[in-house]
Design a protein around this ligand. Structure first.
Ligand code: AHR
Length: 331
């Protein structure tokens, strides 16, 4: 299969008149024939988490470690991801690693990969396909569980609240597993608490810039400075945008003010948590490269990997954080 990849690349480069297609070794160095070729299709670089996730993959899948990594950044567009997968199929890579931007819309292209006998490993988010055999394994976070950890914290923090608990909810990319799980957890908690009031749901698309924009617009539409108890942000970059918008309009964030909840717990968010601007950070671990490699090694050895693997995650507040812990963190 590895040799076929070079033949396919050569054919492609002749076809398109280029000697340096994706992953092509310009010298045609035959010593690289033994490398395992991974076609990886990343969502984009929308968040600090995503950047750490890409770095984790790139650190593992190096030539020194026996891999050739063909890395495509889809710039947050599903059509770019589908185009990249089709290119990987043409190139006859050994494995396709896909971080699906959203859950739906994958059946046809994953069927094409299956027909080409290229195993697909889903990383981070899931793809909602009718036939489970379209992917070999999925490695990521349990987003619903993450959301439930946040809801449990809120329940504790507002147990004594006499009046309504007013919540602003800022969502990540709509239709992504991370958004669906974290949203479902909040919605079920709001249902279960009579005094929890969802003021609005805004689309922050997991980015700081979009969140700052939609949050500023929403806050401007409130009469005076309306009461806000919680801002439930579906990732750290959303939290950064929300903090900026809130504070610019005079809201205090922290113990005596708005409780900002975030997901990811990257270093920047943990620092805000330690200094009190963020009340709770729920961890989402982006360091998935080694786990993806384990799945590939299993498959290379003829073993069937677990269909779903979830990473262990925890929560952080100012109480269980230290400067040293934040500094020692890899992301
Ligand atoms: O799918 C994981 C989510 O996507 C992370 O929480 C977020 O930061 C990223 O963009």
């Amino acid at each position: 299969m590895k040799r076929t990849f070079l033949t396919a690349l050569l054919a492609l480069s002749l076809l398109f008149g280029s000697a340096c297609g994706a992953g092509m070794n310009p010298q045609g160095d035959s010593s690289n024939e033994d490398l395992t070729v991974i076609g990886m299709c990343q969502v984009g670089a929308e968040s600090d988490w995503r950047v750490a996730n890409s770095e984790s993959m790139k650190a593992v899948f190096t030539e020194e470690r026996g891999y050739r990594l063909l890395f495509e950044d889809a710039r947050q567009k599903q059509e770019n991801q589908i185009t990249a997968i089709r290119k990987f199929i043409q190139q006859q890579v050994d494995y396709i690693v896909l971080m699906p931007i959203s859950e739906s819309g994958w059946d046809s292209v994953l069927q094409e990969a299956k027909e080409a006998e290229i195993p697909v490993i889903l990383v981070d988010r899931m793809a909602d396909v009718g036939d489970e055999s379209l992917y070999a394994a999925h490695i990521g976070s349990d987003f619903l569980k993450e959301g439930r950890l946040a809801a449990a914290w809120m329940e504790d923090a507002f147990r004594e609240a006499e009046g309504p608990v007013r919540i602003i909810h800022i969502q990540g990319t709509l239709g992504s597993t991370a958004q669906l799980g974290r949203t479902a957890a909040l919605e079920e908690a709001v249902e279960a608490h009579e005094n929890w009031e969802l003021l609005t749901q805004l689309d922050g698309d997991f980015t700081q810039a979009k969140t700052y924009e939609v949050m500023t617009e929403y806050l401007s539409s409130l009469p005076g400075s309306g009461d806000i108890d919680v801002v439930y942000c579906e990732n750290d970059n959303i939290a950064f945008g929300a903090l900026q918008a809130l504070e610019e309009r005079g809201y205090a964030c922290g113990r005596e003010g708005v409780s900002v909840i975030t997901f990811d717990a990257t270093r920047g968010a943990l620092a805000e948590c330690l200094n009190g601007r963020i009340a709770l950070a729920v961890e989402c671990n982006p360091l998935l490269g080694p786990l993806v490699e384990t799945v590939i090694q299993d498959m290379e050895a003829g073993r069937t990997p677990d269909k779903h693997s979830y990473v262990e995650e925890q929560t952080f507040t100012a109480e269980n954080l230290t400067k040293a812990l934040i500094e020692s963190r890899e992301y």
